[in-house]
Design a protein around this ligand. Structure first.
Ligand code: ZN
Length: 217
């Protein structure tokens, strides 16, 4: 933690699979880009449910912007508040437009059907919990910089996230947050010549968060 905060619990989000972390109402979760530049496909689900989730299209329509920032409340596909963005130390561009990579997207780059992909990772993580994720929602692509030109065209840039940058979310209800480091190395969204790599998470109880000492929590 670069601000000296003491996490209640923390862990690794290894590359190659999705990690699911329960975050109770009032707790905060930091997703930490400890090696820098790694794009992280991120989903938020109402605890124990696959059919209510953080919805990029509902958030864009509600917030009326393409990129979300601290103070924004992010809502579900049923328009219920799930999380508030409470901190973002990165340069602050997190794509909200692109689907998770999947076998088909790697086939377009000439890769075989078994290339690791974020869609397979989130489906497998649900399966391991005895749940079926029949439709994979659009992820919130943390640290992924996809500029939108005035004419509406998209491009891609290597992530500007520095080592140690993090995004912090406060749960507004009991949720499960799922993250997988993106396996995409065909285009350098996670840095030029850098292979997929892990990120980290840290979870704070309401009283244990650094804001509590400053009377803000
Ligand atoms: Zn991916």
């Amino acid at each position: 933690m670069n601000d000296g905060a003491m996490a209640s619990e923390e862990g690794e989000i290894p590359q190659g699979r999705a990690t699911m972390v329960d975050v109770d109402r009032g707790q905060r979760l930091r997703i930490i880009n400890h090696l820098g530049q790694q794009v992280v496909d991120t989903w938020v689900f109402m605890r124990g449910r696959a059919d209510e989730y953080l919805s990029m299209e509902h958030c864009r329509g509600k917030l009326y912007k393409l990129f979300f920032e601290p103070g924004d409340v992010l809502i579900s596909n049923l328009r219920r508040p799930l999380v508030e963005i409470t901190a973002d130390t990165s340069p602050g561009r997190h794509d909200t437009l692109c689907s998770a990579c999947d076998a088909g997207s790697y086939a377009e780059y000439g890769q075989g059907p078994n290339h690791p992909n974020c869609r397979a990772n989130i489906v497998a993580a649900f399966s391991q919990q005895g749940l079926s994720l029949n439709t994979v929602p659009c992820p919130w692509n943390l640290f992924m910089d996809i500029p939108v030109a005035p004419d509406g065209r998209l491009s891609d840039r290597p992530s500007a996230a520095r080592p140690g940058d993090y995004v912090e979310l406060m749960a507004l209800t009991d949720v499960t947050i799922a993250c997988t480091p993106c396996t995409q190395a065909e285009i350098p969204i996670s840095g030029i010549g850098r292979p997929p790599r892990s990120v980290r998470w840290a979870r704070f109880d309401p009283g244990g968060h650094p804001d509590a000492a400053r009377g803000l929590a």
